[in-house]
Structures are given as C-alpha cells and as structure tokens.
Write a protein that binds this ligand. Sequence first.
Ligand SMILES: [Mg+2]
Length: 413
Amino acid sequence: MADLPSACRAVTRPLPTIVTTPALPTVVHLDADAFFVSCELALRPELRGTKCAVGGRERGIISSASYEARACGVYTPMPTQRALRVCPDLIMLPHTSGLYSRVSRQMFDLCETLTPHVQRNSIDEGYLDLGPCGFATASEIEARVRKLQTQLWAELQVPVSFGLATNKLVSQIASKLRKPRGFVVVAPGAEQSFLAPLPLGKLPGIGAKTEATLAATHGLKVIGDVLRVGEGRLEAAFGSGWREMLATARGEDDRPVETEHDDAKSYSQQETFGRDIAEFAEIERIVKRMIDELLPKIRADGKHVRTMTVKVRYPDFTQEAHGRSLAAATDLEAPFYPLVDPLLRAAWRKKRPLRLVSVRFSSVEESAGQLEMFAERDEKRRRLAGVLDRLNNAGRDAVVQHGHQLAKRRGDS
Ligand SMILES: [Mg+2]
C-alpha cells in the first residue's frame, strides 16, 4: 500500500478481531434429590429403598421424604401425623444435627473443583457457571458434569440432579424434570421448544393455585400457550408483568451466576508466564510460592480456608482445574503443600508447556473453633508464621520460610 498521510494511517489500523464463540450450555443447575433423607441414607444404606422421611416425630412436619415415601403420598411439608396415616409403614428419621450442612459444604466443594463460579442458592441447590472454564464443545461440558454427578454419588452417596442450559431459568427447570439423579441438557437455541410442552407450573413463581386459575380462566395450560395467545389475553392473565412472562416462556433469562462476594469467598492468585513453562518442578515451586503469598492474607483477614484449586492454562487458552479440600479449614501454609503435587498432576494432564497457573483458596470460614486435635501443634506454627509475616512485612523477602523458597532463590541467582 502506498504511503498514506498519518491521519489516514490512523484510521486504517486493523480492526480488532471479534471472536464469536458458539453458544454452549454453560449454566448448570444442580439440585440434590431428597437431600436430608439422602444424607441419612448415606449413613444407613440398609434403609435404601424404604419409605422413610426426615422430620419431627410427634407434632412435627416432614422436611424430606424418600421417593418411595412420596409414591405413597408423603410430601413436604406435611404434618408427620398425617404422613403416618397415609403411609403407616413410614420410617421416621430424626434430624441429625450438623450433618446436612456438612454434606452440603462437601457437595459444593466438589463443585468448586470443576468451576470457581458457584452460586449456592440453598443447602442443596445451586448454579455453576462453566463459561469461564474454557470448554470448547457441549459434549465436553456434558462429560465433565456427568463426572461430577458420579463423583458426588461416589464420595457422598448423595444423588444429585443436573440441568445444563444457556441460562439459569432453563437449567433450573431442566434439573427438576427427571429427578432423582436426572441429567437434562437443553441445547442452545432449543430453550423455547424445550419449555413449550411443559405445564405452566414448571415456571418459577407459578404455584399450583395460579396454575389452576390460568388454566380455568384463561385457557393457559402449557408454557407454549403463553406464546400462542395474543397480548390482550396475556395482559388479562398476568397484568402489567405480561411482557416478562412472555420472555420467560421463550426461555429468555440474562441473570448472571452470582458467586457471592467473590473476594470474600475466595483468595486467588495467578501468574501468566513470560515464556511457556514445561518443567514440573518449576510450576510446583510457583504454586508453593502462591500458597506462601496467599495464606498471610488469609491470616490477616482472620479467615480459614479448606479448599485449594490449581488451574493450568495452555498457550491455546484451554485450561483445566483441580481442587481438593482438607478435612478441616486452616490458615496455615503447611497442610496445603502436600496437595500441590497431586493437584498439579491432575490438572496438568496434557503435559504440554503452560502459559498460566493459578491457585485459589475457597470454602472460607471464620477463624473461631477450627483447631480441635491439632490445636497445640498448629498454635506453635501459627505464632511462628505470625512472627514471620511481621518480619516479612518489615523487610519484604528478608526471611526465608520454606525449602521451596530456597530453591527459588538458588534458581534466581
Ligand atoms: Mg433438592
């Protein structure tokens, strides 16, 4: 091209490349099946297949019922006395204090090994956003989520149903469609046709009464009916919210998966390398250094963490993450060092050079009451770590704490 005046050259700069990624079902809704009962059955597998329920025996209500009990007419929340009338051989299990929140935490910790973007809606229900995980195809996503479902069963003996779609609305409806242990994928673009034949009561916010009224008064029975009738009838049925109802019936939803208070819920650090790195020992040292840099922050915030996730990214931007949780939360570096090697090996399966590595600590807890049996030993280490933190703050890298830092220094020189 002939020389152009500089003003023209400025406008002939190449336009930024717009990368259009194909839509993928990256929004996952998970919902544990008969959660309290499932937690109890994990402890008492001999009761599997029986009509059983968790709830207060005398004047209480049923808070969770097995699918066998549901088939007998037991539902939640039903007064226990009534449940025992409709299902006389119902086995009543008392609430086990602390069990459900512990299993819930383990369940979401396992989810965090797949993606850090986890939104916990309730004790047994939540969303995962796999968008940032770099999956290239829907089948890759499906395989990985199926693996998570299998893992949840293998490790916790809790059945969990999954819905995969492009948004929260559709994935939530999908996860509840084939319980227990359902797995429903709604392909991008198929949201409307997926919803159309379903009863209106499947839409969040439409209870049994509203559903009956919509059918009797307005002739609206399935979600597809909302798309067929005119504006006038929609306005008569839903009032001023009819446009939102129309969008909902089309399967439109742009609410993001909200990882509540990202920074309060996790501590992470990542490093993009100047040159791709292929040596395991070097990456291992970087990961350990990140542990050493993150834990002082965690201590300073008065927090404990339980889950460590290591993510690796290749030069082609594909990436993989693996995480693992300690039995108890801690604010010390040492318990995490033994996880570095297995996590890195699990995440770095392709053995190709890496462009980036990151470390993330999640399952953040307040400090109080974490220590128990290792209290004394940990206390000494904590005092030492606190002293070292102060010294390090005063003289930056003046104090060498751990062996891998020595290695790093030798490597630097
Ligand atoms: Mg549930």
